[in-house]
Design a protein around this ligand. Structure first.
Ligand code: ADP
Ligand code: MG
Length: 393
């Protein structure tokens, strides 16, 4: 995206050049889904798609935000008037504006002297597609304010601030993976994240060197039941952990899974709760397996693990949907090495691991299957492991 354009738009809007311009990407998660809020593992990579924000600091306590992608004017409010959703669920936090404004609130709540900002942004991350357009908005705001106010926070600390903005200010109970991916990813790498202590390792992820490609298939559907179902899954996982006497499901070792499932049954926990447990424990294990394969340069062998992950999300965690299942079935039947839904589920995107030579044919099969099913045409593009948030001007 042309960053000079975003700066020029800022100047037009606010009447002065911005202090700087920053970018923060969306992400796909290779493996490790619905594990972050169980203190577990994930393996996301940043996309080339990103939010770009031109930002200036202000000293008068005023925050103004504007998005070129939304047909709304400038949203303005005072830093002392920010009320998080967690304190007042009825508070109007500006809809989309709650994401960037929430970062101002979260920084101030953590004691940082942020005295206002003018923000204009524009994003190429598809919204509501499970590619973390919301995290890109938060993280781009966080890195900008971190620089402008010389707060000295690390990318990991900024990710935690951004998550707090989304959880407490916007009232969306997401885990920490999305913001960490947007803030901390490195070009050509996937990010091994331990959501318990935020420990990270950059895992080399150079598919082109292996003649491979990772396709993103955005189904362009977002089923409404997603929000309530997400909260229900989180509660279910907490119930399972409490019944097993562990802080989080991450503490159930893969080898202990059969015994843990028996204990849950003996304690009268439902089949649903046991299935959630099986998903989380096997998914954490799949992250470790995928990382071992990447470290051994055995990238093609990752394919079957993606398929297993999808089956687990579909059958045990019950967060897939007909469109995502169709992507996975069609792509694998057309010769893909593996495929799975990515992100929270109930719509959004799937990822497909393919030989470069087969990418077009696989994409065509999926597109034709969608047309035959009467679905909206999906968007298909390659996921190129890109860099995390940074200053661009
Ligand atoms: P995802 O993060 O998977 O894209 P979410 O529902 O978490 O989906 O976030 C999407 C929301 O983020 C949008 O509904 C909108 O409120 C906000 N958003 C994302 N990108 C933009 C943008 N470029 N301009 C304004 N708001 C945006
Ligand atoms: Mg989001």
């Amino acid at each position: 995206m042309d960053t000079a354009r975003v700066a020029a738009e800022f100047q037009e809007l606010y009447g002065a050049a911005p202090d700087g311009v920053w970018a923060a990407p969306g992400r796909v998660n290779l493996i490790g889904e619905h594990t972050d809020y169980n203190d577990g593992f994930a393996l996301p990579l940043a996309l080339p798609h990103r939010a770009v924000a031109a930002v200036s600091r202000r000293t008068d306590g005023v925050v103004r935000v504007h998005s070129a992608d939304i047909p709304q004017g400038v949203y303005q409010l005072g830093v002392d008037d920010l009320v998080p959703h967690s304190e007042n669920p009825a508070a109007d936090n500006g809809g989309w504006a709650a994401y960037p404004v929430g970062v101002v609130w979260a920084l101030r709540a953590a004691g940082h002297p942020v005295t206002g900002a003018d923000i204009h942004l524009r994003s190429t991350v598809p919204t509501g597609a499970g590619l973390s357009s919301s995290a890109a908005l938060e993280v781009v705001t966080a890195v900008a304010l971190n620089d402008l106010y010389q707060l000295g926070l690390s990318p990991t600390e900024l990710a935690v601030v951004a998550q707090r903005a989304e959880n407490d200010f916007a009232g969306v109970p997401c885990g920490v993976m999305d913001q960490t991916a947007s803030a901390c990813c490195v070009e050509g790498h996937a990010l091994h994240l331990d959501a318990r202590d935020m420990a990270q390792r950059q895992v080399p992820f150079d598919l082109a060197a292996h003649g491979l490609q990772l396709l993103v298939v955005d189904t362009r559907v977002k089923h409404e039941l997603g929000d309530g179902a997400y909260a229900e899954r989180r509660t279910g996982c907490e119930t399972a952990a409490a019944a097993l006497g562990v802080p989080a499901l991450r503490d159930v070792r893969y080898e202990e899974l059969p015994a843990a499932l028996e204990r849950l049954a003996a304690a009268g926990q439902s089949e649903t709760i046991r299935n959630y447990t099986r998903h989380v424990v096997t998914e954490d294990h799949r992250v470790e397996q995928v990382i071992a394969l990447l470290d051994a340069d055995d990238v093609r062998a990752v394919g079957p693990l993606l398929n297993e992950g999808h089956a687990s999300l579909r059958d045990d965690f019950e967060v897939s949907c007909a469109e995502l299942d169709l992507v996975v079935e069609t792509a694998t039947a057309a010769g893909a090495l593996g495929a799975r839904m990515t992100g929270g589920g109930f719509g959004g995107s799937a990822i497909v691991l393919v030989e470069v030579d087969a990418a077009d044919a696989v994409a065509k099969s999926v597109t034709e299957a969608f047309a035959a099913a009467g679905y909206t045409a999906p968007r298909v593009f390659p996921a190129i492991a890109s860099r995390g948030a940074h200053r661009v001007a």
